[in-house]
Design a protein around this ligand. Structure first.
Ligand code: SAH
Length: 342
């Protein structure tokens, strides 16, 4: 697919088709603007015919807009697979939460994305396609971005699709592309330790967030199968390495599940665990997923948990719930659409 290519690779591609070099610029501009093939007026029909099978579908299959401005998108790819993304609007800019895989094989017990396992990885171009589409949909231009920040927190585990994610990060942050600074990009992982080291060694400088959700390995194993492979201490060690290499602080996400991990005693243990680390904690009350039967912590209790953390000197915030009226949690909208279609 053409979006997998860098600008200079597109030049080579166009030249190999026997076309003039300036066609590459026109093609690249069209891609950056998320134009559908038949909307491109600058390219001759014969060339369009030649690139048809490699050109992205640029298809927003469905879009829901929440009262708070949050937009939920369903994208459809060339092979018919659908995935979801969410655009959240903040004072400082617009953050797109994008997907890295169709489905997920991590098996976390509270997450809707993993219910049917992993269908396939997304290519770097398919990740970029999400950003370009939303940028266009929100009235942005390649040089006047409507999408300013990215979080890799949609469907999938980014570090389980490592090469494609690395390629995507390079493409989306490249100067000739959308030029979104890596400082404005956050990669969230369930904690695949060796890949955290590799990410640091490859010279990336994105923000790193770990989905922690428990304060000890035994409890974490009940929620997240990956905890059988890597311990919390191994994860923390890898985060420190990432910090040393990149200078980027890291963060932990802690999803509050009613009656499971939300007692003040757990807050104390969390504060103890993370004491002195250059990190902060993001609390997320669990979004209810019908198939999972777990409930989020009620708001009053969530604030008490937060207060306990901050009183112990931890840098922590509670994530504002956004787009709850349109199916906010991972994989919710997609599973809804799949059901409707079945
Ligand atoms: N696989 C990556 C990124 C995708 S999930 C990861 O594990 O970090 C993004 C975040 O949403 C993770 O912290 C995940 O644990 C959390 N999450 C998943 N299902 C959720 C739900 N139903 N309610 C609230 N947060 C959820």
């Amino acid at each position: 697919m053409l979006l997998d290519l860098t600008k200079s690779e597109i030049k080579t591609f166009v030249e190999e088709l026997g076309e003039k070099a300036f066609r590459a610029n026109q093609l690249y501009d069209a891609l950056l603007q998320a134009k559908k093939l038949d909307e491109i007026t600058t390219l001759p029909k014969s060339l369009k015919e030649k690139i048809k099978s490699e050109y992205p579908s640029f298809c927003i299959y469905k879009k829901l807009v929440s009262k708070d401005g949050t937009c939920k998108y369903i994208f459809k790819f060339l092979d018919g697979e659908i995935i979801e993304g969410v655009l959240m609007k903040y004072k400082y800019g617009n953050t797109l939460c994008l997907s890295t895989q169709v489905g997920c094989r991590m098996g976390c017990s509270f997450c809707a994305s993993t219910l049917n396992g992993l269908k396939r990885n997304l290519s770097a171009g398919e990740m970029l396609e999400q950003v370009l589409l939303v940028n266009r949909d929100q009235g942005g231009e390649p040089d006047r971005r409507a999408v300013t920040n990215l979080v890799l927190m949609g469907m999938g585990e980014p570090l389980d699709n490592f090469e494609n994610v690395c390629k995507f990060l390079s493409l989306v942050s490249s100067e000739e592309g959308l030029n979104i600074s890596q400082r404005n990009i956050t990669l969230s992982t369930c904690g695949i330790v060796p890949k955290i080291y590799e990410l640091a060694d490859r010279g990336f400088s994105v923000n790193l967030t770990i989905s922690l959700h428990a304060t000890n390995d035994e409890e974490r194993k009940k929620l997240m199968p990956i905890a059988n492979a890597f311990s919390i201490q191994e994860i923390i060690k890898a985060c420190k390495y990432y910090f040393e290499k990149t200078g980027r602080r890291f963060a932990f996400e802690y999803t509050l599940v009613a009656g499971v991990n939300d007692s003040l005693h757990e807050a104390d243990k969390l504060a103890e665990l993370l004491k002195g680390l250059p990190c902060f904690v993001n609390l997320i009350p669990l979004n209810y997923v019908q198939e999972r039967g777990m409930r989020g912590t009620e708001i009053k209790k969530a604030y008490a948990f937060l207060e306990r953390l901050t009183s112990k000197g931890l840098n922590a915030t509670k994530r504002r719930t956004m787009g709850a009226d349109i199916g906010g949690a991972c994989g919710q909208l997609r599973s809804q659409v799949l059901k409707e279609e079945a």
